[in-house]
Design a protein around this ligand. Structure first.
Ligand code: PLP
Length: 431
């Protein structure tokens, strides 16, 4: 299995090189050369498989022989050491909870899988020490910090905007120590991201450091997200309904993984990409014109993305054929007001506390319409505790802190303050 760059200039690479490089040298995203559907037998007996066994079947063609089977199985079982429950909300609507991992957002699975793959490549002495450099507006940083903690041969440097992440998120980034360093940037998320981009283009740095990125452009973070859709199918198959998945979407990595699962043969009637007012894709599906816009701030802030980087992969899955794409994918955008209203309704009518992202997913199902032959699943991408300031006033209730959060909230924050790119560069060169 090889991966090609969607910009079609850089040479094809193996899984290992795609993981270590992150982005292709021509700045394109990597995409698998071939997608082979899974056997009918697998789907007929999926309920007999454990989650780890399902994950192995789903991912093995993409990893190919870059990681031996037994090692890959170990990586998968270490990655998936928590649950992915389906929780009934209405007669034919359920939430797929993806927040039972260590940082309580769905990004844990991709981050943990990628960390272990890099760790393996390193242990084999197949690559020199890697520095993972990542900018975060909140959830990515925590998941990456937790996923990479203690992984040998990998240093992690996280840039976050001072005063602009929630208390819980800041503690998740700054309290781990070991191979994780938090750089607290005097600026905005866009400033953090600009510094990271500059670093990846800095010849002096590249000559001295093996830099890689850990956001969803990396195939090892993107592809494991396919697992969720299979886990849901396994739990719901006996309902014998037509399944509709609604995915709260920002950078479109998660929904793109869902569409890959569909390509692998997962029986799904429709996918819905539900967005907040950052409506680039709903707009595209309606007009056929893709217009990136500056991101707008919302209460579902992990989806405040004005130029979703994985959407080119979505187009590639359908060979850039919009007609085929629209047969499977719908996309709708919702305002904060609608989202708040949905959270209130879900709590009052169905006694479930949705986070703002999950609520956007729920609204996507409602807009599309789930008839009696169908069953709708919205992805609950984060625990509501991560968005306390938004959630508590709406549901009029205090949320108890889960143990993952209690463990970090009283730890001491350790960060290094920086203001400009030179300081980041010096830090990286000296570390
Ligand atoms: C990152 C994130 C999203 C968006 O996922 P994409 O793969 O970027 O579309 C949605 N919800 C939460 C809670 C997130 O952290």
């Amino acid at each position: 299995m090889n991966f090609y760059s969607l910009n079609k200039i850089a040479p094809n690479v193996t899984f290992k090189d795609a993981v270590v490089k992150g982005l292709a040298p021509d700045k394109g995203l990597y995409f698998p050369e071939k997608i082979t559907p899974l056997s009918k037998d697998f789907f007929d007996h999926i309920e007999d498989f454990s989650n780890a066994e399902i994950a192995f079947e789903v991912i093995k063609q993409f990893v190919a022989d870059e990681i031996p089977e037994n090692e890959l199985k170990e990586i998968i079982s270490a990655t998936l050491n928590f649950d992915f429950p389906i929780v009934a909300i209405e007669e034919n609507i359920a939430a797929l909870e993806l927040f039972h991992g260590p940082t309580m957002a769905f990004k844990d699975v991709g981050a943990r899988f990628m960390a272990r793959c890099l760790g393996y490549f390193n242990k084999e002495g197949k690559t020199k020490k890697v520095t993972v450099l990542v900018a975060t507006s909140g959830d990515t940083g925590g998941a990456v910090a937790s996923g990479f903690l203690g992984v040998e041969g990998v240093d992690v440097v996280i840039l976050y905007p001072s005063g602009k992440v929630s208390d819980v998120q800041e503690k998740q980034l700054t309290t781990l120590g070991q191979n994780i360093t938090a750089l607290e940037v005097n600026g905005t998320f866009d400033d953090c991201q600009a510094m990271v981009k500059t670093a990846f283009l800095d010849e002096e740095l590249i000559a001295n450091k093996n830099l890689t990125s850990a956001n969803s452009i990396n195939v090892a973070r993107w592809l494991p997200q396919m697992f969720y859709f299979f886990f849901a199918y396994k739990q719901l198959k006996n309902k014998q309904k037509e399944f509709i998945f609604s995915v709260p979407s920002g950078n479109f990595g998660n929904i793109c993984a869902g569409l890959m699962a569909y390509k692998l043969g997962l029986p799904v009637k429709q996918f819905i990409a539900a967005t907040n007012i950052n409506d680039i894709v709903p707009d595209y599906l309606e007009t056929g014109i893709y217009t990136a816009k500056p991101s707008k701030q919302t209460i579902s802030n992990a989806m405040d993305v004005g130029d979703p980087s994985n959407f080119v992969r979505v187009l590639e899955i359908f060979n850039n054929d919009d007609v085929k794409l629209k047969e499977v994918l719908s996309s709708y955008s919702f305002t904060d007001k609608e989202t708040q209203h949905a959270m209130k309704e879900i709590k009052e009518k169905h006694h479930y506390i949705a986070d703002p992202h999950g609520a956007v997913g729920y609204l996507g199902l409602k807009r599309y319409g789930v008839d009696t032959n169908a069953f709708g699943i919205f992805l609950e991408t984060a625990h509501p505790v991560k968005f306390l300031n938004v959630v508590e006033p709406i549901i009029n209730e205090t949320i108890e802190l889960p143990k993952q959060i209690k463990e970090v909230i009283d730890k001491e924050k350790v960060s290094i303050n920086i203001s400009k790119y030179e300081e980041l560069k010096q830090f990286l060169l000296n570390s």
